[in-house]
Design a protein. Structure first.
Length: 203
């Protein structure tokens, strides 16, 4: 919009009118430029002011189609305004979003690294628990086997003692029966011998 206004005021007619038109255009454009500078308030506007001051004030000649004395700083101002707006509305938020995403990814990667260490610790604890359980089961099996062996040995000793006692009782009974039979045989033999003697004597 500023460019169109400047071009409308700077349209060359004669050398005298060109100077008058240029001065009038400068006076009309100064408030707009000052207002634009006040809105931006960035160090980059200093470059635009330097560019405007470097352009000769009375270098325009009649017959030229364009006079860049005011067009150049206005275009530079518009460009700087556009860059400022884009930086505030597009580049800044996009850059912040990218930085936030990068930070999130880095934190997730760090968390994954920490989790890998924790997983290794859990695996080591699991292996230790399994080893302890195996040792405990082996100890329980050994104790149970020892107890069973002791119980079997005690039962065997008890059974042997009972069998020995039964054998001893049977042997004692047999010995008494043998003695009783021997006494009876001796008594009968004595009686038979007496009878034989008596018969022989009587004959």
């Amino acid at each position: 919009m500023f460019t169109v206004v400047a071009r409308a005021h700077i349209a060359p007619v004669t050398k005298a009118s060109a100077k008058h038109t240029k001065a009038h255009a400068k006076a009309a454009a100064k408030p707009a430029i000052a207002k634009a500078f006040d809105r931006v308030k960035l160090p980059a506007l200093t470059l635009a002011m330097q560019a405007a001051s470097m352009v000769p004030a009375a270098h325009a000649e009649a017959g030229k189609l364009f006079d860049f004395d005011l067009t150049l700083p206005i275009i530079a101002t518009e460009f700087l305004l556009l860059m400022t707006i884009l930086d505030k509305t597009v580049f800044g938020p996009v850059g912040k979003a990218l930085d936030d995403r990068d930070e999130l990814i880095r934190s997730q990667l760090a968390a994954v690294g920490d989790n890998s260490t924790e997983v290794d610790n859990l695996i080591a604890q699991k292996e230790q628990i399994i080893a302890d359980a195996r040792s405990e089961v082996a100890a329980e099996i050994a104790a149970m086997k020892k107890k069973m062996d002791a119980d079997v040995a005690a039962a065997a000793d008890k059974a042997k003692a009972e069998v020995d006692q039964q054998i001893a009782t049977a042997m004692a009974s047999l010995e008494e029966a043998r003695k009783s039979s021997q006494s009876q045989v001796d008594a009968q033999a004595t009686a038979i011998a007496d009878q034989i003697i008596q018969k022989v004597v009587s004959v």
